[in-house]
Every structure is written in structure tokens, then in C-alpha cells.
Design a protein around this ligand. Structure first.
Ligand SMILES: Nc1nc2c(ncn2[C@@H]2O[C@H](COP(=O)(O)OP(=O)(O)OP(=O)(O)O)[C@@H](O)[C@H]2O)c(=O)[nH]1
Ligand SMILES: [Mg+2]
Length: 317
């Protein structure tokens, strides 16, 4: 049995959780694949992701992007085997996806259980809601308070290291230059300050690593405007030009950080028991080297940043 790593996909309805997984899988071969690793979805995940990919690409059918993915209707786990090309996978990555509506109270128990089990959490963030109109729609669309509450319920007596990845999506417009990217980071630090303060509390500061990895799941569709209809915002997007094609950017970065976090757990003997038993079975030298090579390409600038836990991710030490 390969060892497994579980990851929660967190985020309110429609922010882009399933899209991140789709783009990550689609881009794997042309990115991390270069280090000699292979990512193989189980047949069910593969079928679902192919469908989702078609839907994402359909955003480019019109100049004004109106298409889209169907919302996720029930919890769905996406299982990928990760390992040497042509060999049996050494690690199972299990991404637990669920409908964003589950953040609302009544289904909260499910999310809580998942978060307790998972070594990492990806929080999808709708970037236009965060950035436009001084973040007027951020609370409604991204639900930072509800997200904080889930962490409070599940991380209070944390015993083991965890990785939290904030993933701004639909962020094409805000990454045009280093200065804009800086504004995005500042806004994240501001609007998630309660969450970040919680992570920096005495018990969590040594255990929780928190990073920001903006992902462009389409790459060529940019925010254009918001129309407010009956108090509800509608966000409109536009292709950068008529010929623009599907061209996702950086969708593999969350995975690079995951690998970096795992590798560091292995190097750091303090957590020896934790990682040997649960994650490290079956990892040979080849895989470690490949993981190291992929981790070396983690980005740190232009909107990417480690907000906490630099040493949890420092694989040189
Ligand atoms: N404009 C734009 N739209 C995107 C992008 N990525 C995803 N979308 C659209 O955003 C919508 C929501 O994406 P999903 O991935 O389904 O969001 P989710 O968080 O899984 O939603 P639930 O499953 O309902 O909780 C879909 O209609 C996507 O087509 C992007 O980069 N740009
Ligand atoms: Mg979904």
C-alpha cells in the first residue's frame, strides 16, 4: 500500500475549488512531470476531471466569458497516485472536494471531520471579490469568518504540522506586474488577518505553515466588471483577445509546496514517527530526489509568498 496524503479543498460556493484541481491535473505533465514524476488519477477522478476541463475551456467560447462549471453537488474525493514514471505510485494524494455550501452550519460536521484528518488545506479565494470595490463583496463570496471558525474548531489542540495554502484564483488582472501582485498580497494579509493571527498563536506557530500561491486556472480571461442586481453581485470576465486560448498558469504550484512540506517532514526528525508511519512508506531515493527538484521550483515572488513557517518548508536545512 502506498502511503497517503489527504488535502481538504476549502472555499465557499463557486470560488473555484474544483477548477483548481482540474487545472492542476491538466498541467502536471508539462510542469512537475519534467522531474520524472507521474500523476495518475483513479478512473472515477479521471472521468470527472475530463468533464470539468471541457467546461473550463468552454469559458473561451465567447468573448465575454459566460460558460462555467456546474457546482459540485456532493462530497467528492479525487485520488491521484504519485510516483516514478512507468512505476507503481508511491504516494496517494487524496483531495477532498465538497460543495461550498457545506461551509454553512448544517453540514459543517462533515467539513470538520475532513479537516481534522487532512495534512493540508487549500483555500480557494475569489480574487475579484477580494480586490474590486475595496473588497466590498469579499465577505459574501469568500466567507473568511466561516473559514476561520472551521480552523478554530479543528486546529485548537493541533499536535502535528499542517500546511495551509491560500489560492487566489481568477487573478489574471492582479498579477500583471510586481507592484499589482504586491497589492494582492497586502489585501490578503489584511482581509485574512484574523486567520493569520490565529495561525501565529503559541501552539500553532511552530506547526502551521501558510503560503499564498495564486493560480490562473484559465490564464487568458480577465475580470472586466461587476453588475449588482437585487443586491447580488455578478462578475463579468473577458478574453484578452479574440484568439486567446486556454493557457493556465502556475496551477502546479500548490502541489510543489505540498511536496516541499512532505520532504521537510521527512528531513526533520522531530516528526519522525508522524511522517514515517503515515507518509513515508515506499518513498525511495528516486522519489525524494524528484520531490526535491519539484520543490526547488516553488515560486516566492510576484504574488507568491510564505506567510508563516518558512522553516517547515526549508528543505536545504
Ligand atoms: N472567469 C473565470 N472563471 C473561472 C476561472 N476558473 C473557474 N472559473 C469559473 O468559476 C466557476 C466556479 O468554479 P468551480 O471550480 O466549480 O467552483 P467550486 O468552488 O468548485 O464551486 P462549488 O463546487 O459549487 O462549491 C465556474 O463556472 C468556472 O468555470 C477563471 O480562471 N476565470
Ligand atoms: Mg466544486
Amino acid at each position: 500500500m502506498p502511503s497517503e496524503l489527504k488535502i481538504t479543498m476549502l472555499g465557499h460556493r463557486g470560488v473555484g475549488k474544483t477548477s483548481i484541481l482540474t487545472a492542476m491535473y491538466e498541467q502536471f505533465e508539462s510542469t512537475i512531470g519534467a522531474t520524472g514524476l507521474q500523476l495518475t488519477p483513479d478512473p472515477e477522478s479521471s472521468a470527472l476531471l475530463s468533464k470539468r476541463l471541457g467546461e473550463l475551456k468552454a469559458l473561451l467560447n465567447d468573448f465575454e466569458a459566460t460558460g462555467g462549471l456546474e457546482g459540485t453537488e456532493e462530497p467528492q474525493s479525487f485520488t491521484f497516485g504519485l510516483g516514478k514514471i512507468g512505476a507503481k505510485p508511491s504516494l496517494q494524494l487524496i483531495f477532498q472536494d465538497f460543495p461550498g455550501g457545506y461551509l454553512d452550519q448544517k453540514d459543517g460536521e462533515f467539513v470538520q471531520k475532513v479537516m481534522t484528518e487532512c495534512a493540508a488545506v487549500l483555500i480557494a479565494i475569489d480574487t475579484p471579490a477580494l480586490m474590486e470595490k475595496k473588497g466590498q463583496w469579499h465577505d459574501l463570496m469568500n466567507r473568511p469568518k466561516q473559514i476561520l471558525d472551521f480552523f478554530k474548531r479543528t486546529y485548537a489542540d493541533l499536535k502535528e504540522p499542517r500546511l495551509v495554502i491560500l489560492v487566489p484564483i481568477r487573478c489574471e488582472k492582479y498579477l500583471q506586474n510586481e507592484q499589482d501582485a504586491k497589492k494582492l498580497l497586502e489585501r490578503i494579509k489584511d482581509k485574512y488577518s484574523d486567520l493569520l493571527r490565529f495561525f501565529s498563536s503559541e501552539n500553532l506557530i511552530t506547526k502551521v505553515a501558510c503560503v499564498v500561491t495564486p493560480v490562473q486556472t484559465v490564464g487568458t480571461v480577465v475580470f472586466s466588471n461587476i453588475k449588482e442586481i437585487d443586491g447580488t453581485p455578478h462578475f463579468y470576465f473577458r478574453k484578452i483577445n479574440h484568439e486567446a486560448e486556454y493557457s493556465p498558469q502556475d496551477s502546479e504550484q500548490p502541489l510543489r509546496y505540498l511536496l516541499c512540506f512532505l520532504l521537510k517532514l521527512h528531513i526533520d526528525s522531530r516528526w519522525g514517527l508522524f511522517n514515517r508511519v503515515r507518509y513515508w512508506l515506499g518513498w525511495d531515493q528516486y522519489l525524494k530526489e524528484a520531490a526535491r527538484k519539484s520543490a526547488e521550483k516553488c515560486k516566492y515572488t510576484n504574488g507568491f509568498a510564505i506567510l508563516q513557517g518558512q522553516d517547515r518548508l526549508d528543505i536545504k536545512k
